[in-house]
Design a binder for this molecule. Structure first.
Ligand code: BGC
Length: 747
């Protein structure tokens, strides 16, 4: 049905229009009965439905309906699988239709700047490319069922500490290259129905009233056509917000802010067209849902539980394995720690799902009559040693053929609303692992956590399997992976540093409460560890399999390409092991032109392929000029230097298997405005001014016959600003003329 939204708006009173710009209550928009505008419900998100029918809250404290808890984004991202994310999105979309929920509040795409952010479990990755592609797939999935999504939290909300007031301060380049691209990718390629602005300020301006973000970038540049909704309670000044591009305030202000909008229109502070525009966007989203209701949709919790198990099977990451895994079913195994019986499968806060069923790894093992016993070892919710349980665990370990220790973070250690204090596991866990090492050499550690932990025992144990917060099917998935029914294929979507102190944001994270300086700039995650050659525990993209793969024959359609063009890269991957398995092939790009301040390499593509033993699969990537580019602040745009680039195909960011040189040709030139401050070096580097600068330098070289002297001279002069030529005896008048001459050739 095609609605004439414009005609509808003309029939609305000013008060009705203003009232539509805020929620009726915690989860519903307002309706206008006389005009047939319905109320619709929105709900969290992202990895399941938190639909509250009783008392509402935005911190996940009160009860919600029984739903299916899928793996949180920290886990799902490790699948590196866009098809899987789309399938998860489709499943959630059907659930929303069945429950009459018009919009799911997710995905959450904030970049993992530090392992300490309490909400990292809800976020995908430290890498914007991976985040953007996975989020787009999720959005397409949900929205294919005519249910909206709300990509969040826009933007630069990378910590929980004072999230409602702190200002994230960063350079334009850092904003553009690290913190915005995931939003940009999703908006351009998946068109989410809504964007949720964050609580924080960005360079001193609240996200909820940030015109640069909400209008200039989001709408004018990326072409966003949906509505912008505030995070719950993120509105500071409602009228300013409306003018900046914030359409819908949630949950609403009991009419106070609606009235302010009415007054602002009446007084001429804001034009009525601005309000009409917001109302139009809100109505379009409401009717998109209301006119495409699928009342016959069924929330099949059993079926969706199986999907949750599948997503986790594809996402868990095998970090270490000396060959102990898969476990031999004939061997006597003991599972240690409560997480084996009561898994930690989701994080705290607004994404908290009332899970329809929870399967533990021990329960899954029992169902399959595995040769497994269980002992508690240490408590799941605190850092405390219970001597009796501790001894029981050590004794059980002594008598078994192998032990599986279920370690990880207690609920209270990470949650929405506050940040972690450190990157450590509770001491009691590290101590128990060390004690068990003394009596048992076959140790597998299974991890349940939403963000990296320090693992001082990593080199001493036989295997480490990272399950993250794997949703309600985590136990089933764990069982299938441990016993080899499923071949692990997850890859880390974030680096595990050895110690917290190694993380690039270590000195700046959290800030002083009012301001958080993103002083590490674009060097987030592997971009930093690479550049510093910093040893890490497990690198970005790492993950093992029960089979192995050979990378062969990298090919490109051409060696050279230009602006507005692209090239295709192909690579063959062979399964050289005994088992069928999935490989995640990663494409990184490196600028080889000596362009200052560029990461050594950046992820620009990834693909997951299933390969049978002996089989070869070809993986194809496309590389465009944007993939080679960095954001140039002065130009106000993306820019790739003409010249040499390297394509790197890897199994992880630290395990590059094949490389290929390509050449990029461009007509674009960076702006160069020559002043007295411009250095000799800058003028020598620029093709437009190089010859002219060289000939000027030649004037000072009379007497210096050796080339070495010439080089020395250039080296000395490189950093010299033009105005300092005075010191070499060039008269001021002549310097002015030189500057004018340079500017003529740069025009
Ligand atoms: C969170 C959002 C969430 C909203 C509604 C806020 O506290 O930051 O992610 O969607 O509450 O529960």
């Amino acid at each position: 049905m095609k609605r004439d939204v414009k005609a509808l708006i003309q029939k609305m009173t000013l008060e009705e229009k203003a009232s539509l710009c805020s929620g009726a209550d915690f989860w519903n928009t307002k309706g206008v009965e006389r005009l047939g505008i319905p109320q619709v419900m929105v709900t969290d998100g992202p990895h399941g439905l938190r639909k509250q029918e009783g008392s509402a809250d935005h911190l996940g404290l009160n009860e919600s309906i029984s739903a299916v808890c899928f793996p949180a984004a920290c886990a799902a991202a490790c699948s590196f699988d866009t098809n899987l994310l789309q399938e998860m999105g489709e499943t959630l979309g059907v659930e929303c239709q069945a429950e009459n929920v018009s919009m799911l509040l997710g995905p959450a795409v904030n970049i993992k700047r530090s392992p300490l952010c309490g909400r990292n479990f809800e976020y995908f990755s430290e890498d914007p490319q991976l985040t953007g592609k996975l989020a787009s797939a999720y959005i397409k999935g949900v929205q294919s069922k005519h249910v909206g999504t709300s990509i969040k939290h826009f933007a630069v909300n990378n910590q929980e500490y004072r999230r409602m007031s702190a200002s994230s301060n960063l350079s334009t380049r850092t904003l553009r290259e690290i913190y915005l691209p995931a939003f940009e990718e999703a908006i351009r390629n998946a068109a989410p129905k809504s964007v949720m602005c964050s609580y924080n300020k960005i360079n001193g301006v609240f996200a909820s009233e940030n015109e640069m973000l909400l209008t200039e970038i989001l709408r004018n540049e990326w072409g966003f056509e949906g509505l912008v909704v505030s995070d719950w309670g993120a509105v500071n000044d409602r009228v300013k917000g409306l003018a900046a591009g914030l359409d819908l305030e949630m949950p609403g202000s009991g009419g106070v802010n609606d009235e302010k909008i009415v007054q602002a229109v009446r007084s001429g502070e804001i034009k009525e067209e601005v309000l009409d525009q917001a109302v139009k966007r809100i109505l379009q989203v409401i009717f998109d849902y209301a006119d495409n209701r699928q009342p016959d949709a069924v929330f099949d919790r059993e079926k969706d539980h199986r999907t949750a198990v599948k997503v986790e099977c594809e996402s868990a990451v095998l970090l270490e394995n000396d060959g102990i895994l898969p476990l031999d079913p004939k061997k006597k195994i003991v599972y240690i720690r409560e997480f084996a019986a009561k898994p930690r499968y989701q994080g705290g806060g607004s994404s908290h799902i009332h899970a329809s069923q929870i399967v533990s790894a021990f329960e899954a093992a029992q169902r399959k009559n595995r040769n497994v016993t269980y002992t508690k070892g240490f408590p799941m919710d605190r850092d405390e040693i219970d001597t009796k349980e501790f001894e029981k665990a050590v004794n059980a370990a002594k008598e078994a053929d192998a032990v599986v220790i279920f370690a990880g973070l207690p609920d209270a250690f990470e949650s929405e609303g506050y940040d972690r204090k450190n990157m450590k596991l509770p001491d009691c866990q590290n101590v128990l692992i060390q004690e068990i090492e003394k009596v048992q050499s076959n140790i597998v550690v299974v991890l349940h956590n939403g963000s990296p932990v320090e693992t001082p025992w990593a080199d001493e144990v036989s295997a480490v399997l990272e399950m993250y917060l794997g949703g309600q099917g985590v136990g089933d998935a764990c069982d299938q992976l441990l016993y080899g029914e499923v071949n692990p294929s997850g890859r880390l979507a974030e680096t595990f540093p050895i110690r917290l102190e190694d993380n690039p944001s270590y000195l700046f994270f959290g800030g002083d409460g009012k301001n958080v300086d993103y002083a590490e700039g674009i060097y987030v995650g592997y971009r930093y560890y690479d550049a510093k050659q910093q040893k890490v525990r497990w690198p970005f993209g790492h993950g093992l399999s029960y089979t192995s793969f050979l990378y062969q024959d990298i090919r490109v359609t051409k060696d050279e390409f230009a602006d507005n063009d692209s090239i295709t890269v192909e690579v063959d991957i062979k399964n050289i092991g005994e088992r069928e398995g999935k490989e995640v092939v990663q494409l990184y790009v490196a600028d080889k032109n000596g362009t200052p301040n560029r990461p050594l390499k950046e992820l620009k593509g990834f693909a997951k392929v299933n390969i049978r033993p002996g089989e070869v699969q070809t993986v194809t990537f496309t590389v465009s000029a944007r993939d080679l580019s960095y954001y140039h602040e002065e130009l106000g745009d993306w820019f790739a230097t003409g010249g040499a680039y390297e394509l790197l195909i890897g199994h992880s960011s630290a395990d590059i298997r094949l490389t290929k040189k390509i050449h990029f040709v461009t007509d674009r030139q960076l702006p160069l405005k020559v002043t007295g401050e411009t250095t000799v070096g800058e003028l020598l580097e620029d093709a437009r001014t190089c010859e002219m600068m060289k000939s000027i330098l030649a004037q000072f070289q009379s007497g210096a016959e050796e080339t070495a002297d010439e080089e020395l001279m250039v080296a000395l002069l490189e950093g010299m600003p033009l105005r300092s030529l005075l010191l070499l005896g060039v008269p001021a008048q002549q310097i002015e003329e030189l500057i004018a001459g340079f500017n003529t050739v740069c025009r």
